[in-house]
Design a protein around this ligand. Structure first.
Ligand code: ASP
Ligand code: MG
Length: 394
């Protein structure tokens, strides 16, 4: 009998009908003779709504109370899914993160998992039950409820798969797998049938929303076999494993438009390190950072714009960094991207026409990453890049 961990995201759990359908899939997996642990996110837009609600009370809610509030979303989901499975005549039991001993550090809203005790799960599985776990949350060593940062349910699923030595961890979404570009921008875009942890890590790091970055880090560390598939059709489109290809290949074009950038002048070294320390201390999500001979760029999440504004208003950095709010981070992720090879040169030439809008460009063997001014026609650039990649057979 194999043990499978399945994760369902918020858009797969948007309504009671969604729960009934997912319950059927879960029961089918169970009836195929597997032990099943299901990890779920909050329904649909719940987490965003809770964040908005807190914002209507105060612009600066205490992080501890944010965790108390946000963890509720996933708790709703586990109960509803357990009910839906029960209604199909199958036994299920729901648990919160703290009930099963997901132990984290004390960093509220951005906690990191220190230990997964997986309490109560083996007994429940042995009794033939389907186990349902609330994603995204844990309990800190100070015995407080914590959350793992946006998209953290993936991390719960992967960490549980590692702790339970599951055969695989299936990340079920509203798309078939990991595409080579955004299917909303490129119609008929190719699916990556196989990816290495490193490729996936790069893509997540740069802001491809498919899998949470922390989850990929855990998967890589513990060699958890990841499969990404469609919640609605059960199709598994992408497998992520240790294997890496050595030919030049593009695994994805990632357009991240939910970012802002700070540019620190390098004339003052001290200023740089203060900036770095602030980023570390606050666990800000950095999508990209780039140190040139004259400046230090960091690309961070738009969501912390108000924190940045407060720091600038308080003169927290001297001299203050330049702030760029209307930007995008466009990256081409792959392997063997030799700067001097003809295909890579051709890709770089495409950027030439956009020269006036480019704030910075970095190229390495694993990625080409560009910070650009936000423009209405940016999707045209993605299309041109994709076309070129296809033409080169990468
Ligand atoms: N509900 C949380 C979020 O929206 C966690 C997750 O979905 O993975 O960020
Ligand atoms: Mg969510």
């Amino acid at each position: 009998m194999s043990l499978i961990v399945q994760k369902y995201g918020g858009s797969s759990l948007a309504s009671p009908e969604h729960f009934k359908m997912i319950a059927k899939h879960v029961v089918e997996t169970h009836e195929e003779g597997n032990q099943v642990v299901v990890v779920v996110s909050a329904m649909g837009n719940t987490t965003n709504e809770l964040i908005k609600l807190a914002g209507e009370i105060t612009p600066n809610p205490p992080r501890r109370e944010m965790d108390m509030l946000l963890s509720v979303g996933e708790r709703k989901s586990i109960a509803l899914l357990a009910m839906a499975i029960d209604a199909l005549g199958c036994e299920a039991i729901s648990f919160t993160g703290s009930q099963i001993g997901i132990i984290t550090d004390n960093e509220h809203t951005q906690a990191r998992i220190l230990e997964v005790k997986a309490l109560r799960i083996p007994e429940a599985l042995k009794a033939g039950k389907i186990v349902i776990v609330a994603g995204f949350q844990g309990v800190s060593i100070n015995k407080e409820i914590t959350t793992l940062g946006r998209g953290g349910t993936d991390a719960t699923a992967v960490a549980l798969a590692a702790a339970l030595k599951a055969e695989k961890c299936q990340i079920m979404k509203d798309v078939d797998g990991v595409f080579t570009a955004d299917p909303k921008v490129i119609p008929n875009v190719k699916l990556n049938s196989e990816l290495s942890y490193d490729d996936m890590l790069q893509m997540s790091e740069l802001g491809a929303g498919v899998i949470n970055q922390y989850a990929v880090e855990i998967a890589k560390h513990y060699h958890v076999k990841l499969a990404v598939g469609n919640s609605f059709t059960k199709k598994i489109g992408t497998i992520i494993t240790d294997r890496s290809l050595d030919t030049a290949k593009i695994s994805g074009i990632v357009l991240n438009d939910k970012v802002m950038a700070l540019k620190f002048n390098k004339s003052d070294e001290k200023n740089l390190w203060t900036a770095q320390k602030t980023i570390e201390k606050n666990r800000w999500k950095v999508y990209n950072s780039y140190l040139s001979s004259t400046s230090f760029w960091v690309v961070i999440d738009n969501e912390i714009a108000h924190e940045i504004k407060a720091m600038i208003d308080n003169n927290a950095w001297k001299p203050l960094p330049e702030k760029f709010e209307n930007i995008v981070l466009l990256s081409i992720v792959g392997s063997g991207l030799n700067y001097n090879s003809p295909p890579v040169k051709k890709i770089l030439h495409i950027f030439e026409k956009w020269d006036d809008d480019i704030l910075s460009l970095q190229a390495s063997m694993q990625k080409i990453s560009v910070i650009l001014k936000k423009k209405k026609n940016i999707k045209q650039l993605v299309k041109s890049l994709y076309k070129q990649v296809e033409k080169e057979g990468m």
